[in-house]
Design a protein around this ligand. Structure first.
Ligand code: BES
Ligand code: MN
Ligand code: ZN
Length: 503
């Protein structure tokens, strides 16, 4: 779908959409159209339940007096309460409705707002951003029959008209780059594991070189030489070789050039559980156990795509966790890159083993200012927080607060959980330095996992996001269609903007 921005003037074709505020207060354009149509809008409002509440929707077809074929009234509620994310949701829900109605093009006339904190052109850009996010589909494996094509999205063009539209166009260019990053994450997360395995994932990372990202791949031989026994142990039951992909975006201007900020992702391309095999029902979901790596990759695409003024490095640990004659066994002891020995008590607690080596390698090589990892790490985080917030764990209060604030801003929620010695005590092994699961049974599983990760971050300011409840969604929202969500790309892009770019 194409997006455009223009100054405020009534379109001559296709669909026109206008805001209506609380208690059916019409926007200036809506009033003008109401007059041109001899009061068609007021009459339509009178016969419906539409109240101008945020998200209310009413369609007036082919009114006489205007050239457009359809006028859509979109409820905005009380304008002074609107946040940027509200504009995104309004844009997203408009797209959904117009696709259902079979509209091909729409012009949204954004006027009558006059907000203190949000300029019209920012609101316009964010409406288009939400609309763009809502257009995502993963349909490459669907052959289209005639019947299907009738239900294909009809909308191909959205124009947002507002004051100072050139400002909107400029903001949207950045937002579109972010959307492309989100889409890359959604694509990666949606791919089945026979297509997306460690080697092919690493190849996808290489595509980012087109945007100026430096990409390096570590193969098993290199990782063996580096001593990454924890990561390699997880992958040893798979016929696919494990990989680490390292993506570097150096966008900081000379003056601000300093240590990079690092993002690390769990990339378990399929998690069967290994010899500690998972139950069959629902196991197909474990194709998205590479969601953390998917987010890191999409985030690097977003940062490079909008030429972020920051030095960022993305490191993804890519493995497949399979049961096999050569697979790692419960009871095995492996040695991580930093020399720590780990007793494997459950081969299904594999994400922490992959991250152990990826985290240590990242801080050791790049000495980052902060290091943030993302992982679909524990089922327990879904028990704690459901599908509304990711779990946040950190050894640094300022970093945790910054990430929390970024989440609020973009509408990607995170909630901090505690870390303390008593939880860490649970992963002491009687015969090795660590064991990979806690002694507390089902209690505090997400925290114990975070404590395990912390053993491999040295003294780097670090945060861990457990996104097991967030990487995949079974229901549509205004801007996130069901399936891979791309959670974390917008959150961490916002963190970078606020912290490193003063935006
Ligand atoms: N990939 C899973 C966690 C997961 C579960 C992600 C459900 C998304 C949805 C992870 O590797 C795992 O299996 N964790 C175990 C840990 C346990 C063995 C300590 C879990 O959560 O049960
Ligand atoms: Mn597992
Ligand atoms: Zn896993």
């Amino acid at each position: 779908m194409k997006f455009a921005f223009t100054e405020l003037s009534l379109p001559k074709r296709s669909s026109l959409a206008v805001p209506v505020f609380a208690d059916n207060e019409l926007s200036p354009t809506a009033m003008e159209v109401n007059e041109l149509t001899g009061g068609a809008l007021s009459r339509a409002l009178e016969t419906s339940r539409f109240k101008g509440k945020k998200g209310d929707y009413l369609e007036v077809l082919a009114p006489s007096g205007v050239e457009v074929s359809r006028v859509i009234l979109l409820g905005f509620g009380e304008p002074e309460k609107l946040k940027l994310t509200d504009f995104e949701n309004l844009g997203g829900s408009l797209v959904k409705k117009l696709n259902a109605a079979g509209a091909r093009a729409v012009t949204f006339m954004l006027d009558g707002l006059d907000l203190e904190e949000i300029k019209d052109n920012e609101a316009a850009a964010h409406m288009a951003f939400g609309a763009k996010l809502a257009t995502y589909r993963f349909e490459k494996y669907k052959s289209t029959s005639e019947e299907d094509s009738a239900s294909q999205p009809s909308l191909t063009r959205m124009t947002v008209a507002c004051k100072a539209s050139s400002g909107a166009r400029k903001s949207f260019a950045d937002l579109e780059a972010i959307a492309e990053g989100v889409f890359m994450t959604r694509d990666l997360v949606s791919e089945p594991a026979n297509v997306l395995h460690p080697e092919s994932f690493a190849e996808r990372c290489k595509e980012l070189t087109a945007l100026g990202v430096e990409v390096e791949i570590l193969d098993e031989e290199k990782m063996r030489r580096l001593g990454m026994g924890a990561l390699l142990g997880v992958g040893q039951g798979s016929i696919r070789e494990s990989r680490i992909a390292i993506m570097q975006w150096n966008g900081a201007t000379k003056k601000s050039a300093k240590k990079p900020i690092a993002f690390v992702g769990k990339g378990v391309c399929f998690d069967t559980g290994g010899i500690s095999l998972k139950p069959g029902p629902g196991m197909e979901e474990m194709k998205w156990d590479m969601g953390g790596a998917g987010t890191v990759t999409g985030l690097m695409k977003a940062l490079a795509g909008r030429k972020a003024k920051v030095n960022a490095v993305g490191v993804v640990g890519l493995v497949e966790n399979m049961p096999d004659g050569n697979a790692q066994r419960p009871g095995d002891i492996v040695t991580a890159m930093n020399g720590t020995t780990i007793e494997i008590l459950n081969t299904d607690a594999e994400g922490r083993l992959v991250l152990a080596d990826a985290l240590w390698y990242t801080q050791d090589r790049f000495d980052p200012e902060v290091m943030i990892d993302l992982a679909t790490l524990t089922g327990a985080i879904i028990i704690s927080l459901g599908h509304e917030n990711a779990g946040l764990f950190s050894n640094n209060d300022e970093l945790a607060e910054d990430i929390f604030a970024a989440g609020k801003e973009v509408g990607e929620g995170v909630w901090r959980l505690p870390m303390q010695k008593e939880y860490a005590d649970q992963i002491k092994s009687p015969i090795a330095d660590l064991q990979n699961i806690g002694t507390g049974g089902r209690g505090a599983g997400s925290i114990v996992a975070a404590e395990f990760l912390q053993k491999f971050v040295n003294d780097t300011p670090w945060a861990h996001l457990d996104i097991a409840g967030m990487a995949w969604s079974k229901k549509d929202t205004a801007t996130v269609p069901k399936g891979g969500t791309g959670f974390g790309v917008r959150l961490l892009d916002q963190y970078v903007r606020a912290k490193y770019e003063g935006k």
